[in-house]
Design a protein around this ligand. Structure first.
Ligand SMILES: *Cc1c(COP(=O)(O)O)cnc(C)c1O
Length: 433
């Protein structure tokens, strides 16, 4: 077996692929990938594709980074896994200490899961259970932002505002309160309306347990930015009304917005911080919810039912934790945050030509995210642009009519230039100006 055709046919028959309609693959071929190195994916016939979206935002340092590979090879010879109930190991302890230190020691307790949606579930459960343990069992409701995305398990869907999912699974979902998005494209009044709605909800109900937000960038909504000031004011309202703030940094954590954590830019500390995606650099599934000592202490008791009742088979997997440690090593040793910041103006210059494209609207950049909308785009724009860009050797996957770049931090200037060029040409193909 070695051709693309053979693998895609076998995959269509046996693998149920996510985030798509399988029938579309009658026209839209699957991409069989044989191997990957750096920003490049390679198929079975030697064709290469620049991974402009870090394979769904996870491969922060590209593919097969030798540093992470070496750490995993070493870990593999020592300990691949041990259950975390009643046992512990070096990688999970070191990782928890270092993540805690990255929050300045404020979020010093780490609870692990295997994917982003689980982190959302854990944070929601932890918040409500905290209130129960503190004698406020009526606090069981949550607030989320319009267009917010927090994962697709049933609990996470309750705080995810994607109409398609909402409708299909409405009868299974416990819905939350939604306040308007502070979408910066709509001007400062969007943030004001959002804060006013938030304040009104907090004032009118004592059943709220927490507000959940994606700090600075609502990524799955189409790279919708908001200002740090919104986050700062939302955090102040949460504090004023005594409800938790859950920062879902599953997409934006680990340097994506220009600081190690996005919430740092607002000068706030959330009560719960959810991390996943980039945490292992795309090598292994891992997620974590971090929280502060006072919350941890509310669960610390002789009574089992006051403890946090949650577990996953792979909780704190040693290989995954070791990959995450290698990621943290890379951040420190290669001064990634400072390096990305220093490259900002250069990458901005490389991307600038897109700003003046006649069909490009709202061109925006924050840290290592670039995005824009395409005006008067056809309804099947996303699929067509994706296909056209692939034919030019670049993997980009627009969200509706929003085209975005979320490349690995290791992308070179030349590779970035190539990605911008392919975008220009694909735009001209799909939406002739
Ligand atoms: C991707 C994502 C999730 C869900 O993570 P999964 O690992 O896909 O379950 C949750 N929140 C945000 C902000 C995300 O981007």
């Amino acid at each position: 077996m070695s051709s693309n055709r053979e693998w895609l046919e076998r995959s269509k028959a046996a693998v149920w692929h996510p985030c798509t309609q399988m029938k579309w693959h009658e026209q839209l071929p699957l991409m069989p990938i044989q191997k990957a190195q750096g920003v490049w994916l390679q198929d079975f016939e030697g064709q290469r594709y620049l991974d402009g979206v870090s394979s769904w935002w996870v491969n922060l340092f590209g593919h097969a980074h030798p540093r992470i590979v070496a750490a995993l090879e070493d870990q593999l010879r020592q300990l691949e896994h041990v259950m975390l109930a009643g046992f512990t190991h070096e990688p999970v302890v070191r990782l928890s200490e270092r993540l805690g230190a990255a929050t300045g020691g404020t979020l010093g307790h780490c609870f692990y899961g295997s994917d982003g949606a689980s982190a959302t579930e854990m944070a929601l459960k932890m918040s409500a259970h905290y209130w129960r343990n503190r004698g406020q069992a009526h606090r069981t409701e949550f607030i989320a932002l319009a267009g917010g995305y927090h994962g697709e398990t049933l609990g996470a869907l309750g705080v995810t505002d994607v109409p398609l999912f909402r409708e299909a699974y409405a009868s299974l979902i416990r819905r939350c309160h939604i306040v308007p998005s502070p979408d910066a494209r709509l001007g400062p009044q969007a943030a004001q309306s959002s804060l006013a709605a938030l304040k009104q909800l907090l004032e009118s109900s004592d059943a709220i347990a927490a507000l959940i937000v994606e700090p600075l960038v609502q990524a799955a909504a189409g790279m919708v930015f908001h200002e740090p000031d919104f986050l700062k004011k939302a955090a102040a309202l949460c504090r004023q009304y005594g409800v938790h703030l859950i920062a879902d940094e599953i997409a934006v954590g680990f340097g994506r917005t220009g600081t190690f954590f996005a919430h740092e830019q607002a000068g706030i500390t959330p009560d719960f911080l959810c991390l996943s995606k980039g945490i292992t650099g795309g090598f292994l599934p891992l997620s974590v919810v971090m929280t502060r000592d006072e919350i941890f202490q509310a669960f610390y008791d002789d009574d089992i039912s006051r403890g946090f009742l949650h577990s996953h088979s792979y909780t704190g997997n040693a290989m995954a934790c070791r990959a995450a440690l290698a990621v943290l090593d890379l951040f420190e040793e290669e001064e990634v945050i400072a390096g990305n910041r220093a490259r900002g103006p250069k990458l901005e210059t490389l991307a600038a030509s897109l700003r003046s494209h006649p069909r490009v609207r709202n061109f925006r950049n924050r840290g290592m995210i670039w995005a824009f909308e395409v005006s008067a785009a056809p309804t099947d724009f996303s699929r067509r642009f994706h296909q056209t860009a692939l034919a030019r050797g670049v993997l980009l996957r627009p969200i509706g009519n929003t085209v975005y770049f979320m490349p690995p931090y290791t992308i070179s200037d030349d590779e970035f230039h190539l990605m911008v060029d392919a975008t220009h040409q694909s735009l001209d193909d799909v939406v002739r100006a």
